[in-house]
Structure formats: structure tokens, C-alpha cells
Design a protein around this ligand. Structure first.
Ligand code: ADP
Length: 370
């Protein structure tokens, strides 16, 4: 900044043909913050590109609508910050609230609102700035999950191991049956701790990007067939039918095969774990122009709407499923691996009906394609 000042105006690009008004317009358009401007009647009159990105509504859909109909804000109604701005002329600074996107997702946002005044100081509307803080909130939740995991799972295993080791120390005849039982429990609990720590370390390396992916050209159909053959007996043992549906030959993709296998084994292990006996699990795959999609569908216990937004968080365990074995690391790792491949993961579920996990991976561009 100092340098720019010292070298004078000649270094700073000047767009003399751009008026101040246009400059302001460009600034609002380029800001990576959702900016919504409303009239005194709370009708939307400006809706910048970032607002469209965050809410999922286009500018045409938003303009002229009441702002509460588009934002569905957590503070709409009784605490409407825009009404406070317009009626009481009091701004709202950086409060945490939520909005609901066009597709129905409720996302956490940081919101500020202020009156919009013309050059003579007359109030001509209100302006609202919103920042999507989902990533920050999910980090906060993961930190809380991690703390509670240490407090519960790790602590109970460690207390068990410690207690049994103390008892072993007091036993004179270490060759009797009792010590063997203790050692078996110690071994089991230590194994649980080891896999918890290993999964956690792998997850944290994935998240911080310190884990190098070993990408190779991969035939996804071959992988899925192998997986199907591996899991069919496992599913059958539990009385579950496993099906594979592939519409056409799948294109090759660039993947770290070992890690990608972990994605699908994790999803299949969960599908089996949360299925009822005599259930059906279907692996299906198809491709679109840009992506290959693999779906793993079960007709098991499903996921409640309260749990659904959080199941990809590290150490998050569904409330109704907490009694089943597990650590809650699986889906966090699955998501990190899929994203490491430039892909995306989606879930839809209905309690009592089942769940569908969909992994979408980018296709390798063929020669001649742009
Ligand atoms: P874990 O299975 O060790 O609890 P995950 O990270 O694999 O941890 O899954 C997180 C939570 O998501 C689970 O505790 C469960 O509540 C829910 N879940 C995942 N997959 C399914 C599924 N196929 N059906 C129902 N619930 C599921």
C-alpha cells in the first residue's frame, strides 16, 4: 500500500471512463459478500451475484419480492433487522443467524444491516450484508465433537485398560484363567483406541492437505464389480441382498484407488450396519457429461432430519444410532477423500425408509474435448 502511495497515481490503473456510480456498482457486484438492498417497504431492489450464489435465487427471481420470502431468515418476523433499521434507524452488526436457500437448506450466516441514506440524509431503504459461515460452524462443531469423543470414548477405554492392568498387577498366579480374560479386554480396548487415533490422524492429514493422493487412471466399473463381489457374502451373512446396477460402461477416472475404495467400503459398511435384516442395498452407477455418479442406497433405519446436516462432521454420530459400534470418523473421511478427488458427496434419507449416498467424481477429459 505504501509503495503504491509513493509511486504516485501513475502506477494505479485509472479508469477515467468509469463514473463513481458505476465504480460503486462494480464493487458491490464483485464483493464476496451477499449484498441485498431493500426499499422502505422491504422489497428487494438489488441482489448481487454473491447473494445469488448463497441463496440459490437468481436476480430476476429476487427483485421485487419481500426480503423475508427470499431469505427466510432466522430473524425474520419478530426480530426483523430490516424493520429495526428502517423504523428505528438502528443498524445490526455482525449477528449470527440463519437463512434458508432456495433448495431448502438452512445455512448459518453472519449478518449486518444498515439504513441506506441518500446524499441529503434521507432514508431510502436498507442494505443487508450476509456471509456464509457454514465452514466455520462445521469446524466449531467438529472441535466440540472431538472434545466429547475424548471425554467419552477414549476416556472409557483408557479407564478400562488402566483398571484391568491394576487388577492384573495384584494377581499372583498370572497363568490362571482370569488374567487371560483381562488381557483379552485390554487388547480389544487398546485396538479400539488405536483405530480411533489412526482414523483421526488420517482425517486431519486429509483436511490439512498434507496427505498426497496417488492418482492413477482407474476403471470405475472394475472397482465396483470387485467391491460388489467382496461385499455380497458380508451382506448375505446379515440376510441382506446386495445388488449392482450399472447402465453402461463407465468412463475411466483419475483416482487414488486405495482411498476411493475406502470411500465405498465405508458407505457399504454403514449401509449394512444400519440396514434391517432382509433389506436390500443397491450400488448403482451412471455418468453425465462432466461427472460419474455412484449411488449406494439402503432401505434401512434412515437418518433423522435433525442429524442429516451434520453426519459428515468429524466424530458426529446420529442420535438414534449411537448404540451401534462406531466412532463417527467414517463419513468425515469419506467426504475429505471425495473432495480430494475434486468430487462431491450428497445424502438423502428418510427415517424408517432408508438412505442414499451419492458420490460424484469428475470425468477425465478425452482428447479432443475442451
Ligand atoms: P459411525 O458409523 O462410526 O457412527 P460415520 O461417520 O460413518 O460414523 O456415520 C455418522 C453417522 O451417520 C452414523 O452414526 C449414523 O447415525 C449416520 N449414518 C451413516 N450412514 C448411514 C446409513 N446408511 N443409514 C443410517 N444412518 C447412517
Amino acid at each position: 500500500h505504501d509503495q503504491a502511495m509513493n509511486t504516485g497515481d501513475s502506477e494505479v490503473p485509472r479508469h477515467s471512463e468509469i463514473s463513481d456510480l458505476e465504480f460503486c456498482r462494480f464493487t458491490v457486484r464483485s464483493l464476496p459478500i451477499a449484498v441485498v438492498v431493500v426499499s422502505p417497504e422491504l422489497k428487494i431492489i438489488r441482489f448481487n451475484p454473491w447473494a445469488q450464489e448463497v441463496t440459490g435465487y437468481s436476480e430476476e427471481e429476487a427483485i421485487g419480492r419481500h426480503c423475508g420470502d427470499i431469505l427466510h431468515g432466522g430473524m425474520c418476523g419478530v426480530n426483523c433487522p430490516m424493520k429495526t433499521v428502517i423504523n428505528l434507524r438502528q443498524p445490526t452488526m455482525q449477528v449470527e443467524t440463519t437463512i434458508q436457500t432456495k433448495s431448502g437448506n438452512v445455512i448459518p450466516v453472519k449478518m449486518s444491516a444498515a439504513g441506506l441514506f441518500d446524499g441529503d440524509g434521507n432514508l431510502i431503504g436498507g442494505v443487508e450484508a450476509l456471509q456464509d459461515i457454514s465452514a466455520f460452524k462445521s469446524m466449531e462443531r467438529e472441535k466440540a465433537n472431538l472434545t466429547s469423543m475424548f471425554a467419552h470414548d477414549m476416556n472409557s477405554s483408557l479407564t478400562g485398560i488402566h483398571g484391568l492392568a491394576l487388577r492384573l498387577l495384584k494377581i499372583d498366579d498370572l497363568n490362571s484363567e482370569m488374567p487371560k480374560k483381562y488381557i483379552e479386554v485390554i487388547e480389544k480396548e487398546a485396538g479400539k483406541l488405536e483405530s480411533l487415533v489412526r482414523d483421526f490422524l488420517e482425517f486431519s492429514r486429509l483436511q490439512t492437505g498434507r496427505l498426497n493422493f496417488n492418482f492413477n487412471t482407474t476403471a470405475l466399473d472394475k472397482e465396483l464389480i470387485e467391491l460388489f463381489e467382496l461385499y455380497q457374502p458380508k451382506a448375505a451373512q446379515r440376510g441382506i441382498k446386495l445388488e449392482l446396477q450399472m447402465t453402461a460402461v463407465l468412463p475411466v477416472i483419475k483416482a487414488d484407488v486405495d482411498r476411493l475404495r475406502r470411500v465405498f467400503t465405508n458407505l457399504l459398511d454403514n449401509a449394512i450396519k444400519f440396514s434391517n435384516e432382509k433389506g436390500t442395498i443397491t450400488i448403482s452407477a451412471n455418468d453425465s457429461d462432466e461427472e460419474v455418479s455412484v449411488q449406494i442406497k439402503d432401505d434401512g433405519i434412515g437418518i433423522s432430519p435433525e442429524d442429516l446436516p451434520f453426519i459428515f462432521d468429524l466424530f458426529y454420530r446420529g442420535r438414534s444410532t449411537a448404540k451401534k459400534e462406531g466412532s463417527g470418523v467414517g463419513l468425515g473421511t469419506v467426504k475429505a477423500i471425495v473432495e480430494g478427488h475434486g468430487g462431491r458427496i450428497f445424502v438423502s434419507s428418510e427415517p424408517g425408509k432408508g438412505s442414499v449416498f451419492e458420490v460424484r467424481l469428475p470425468k477425465v477429459k478425452q482428447l479432443g474435448e475442451n
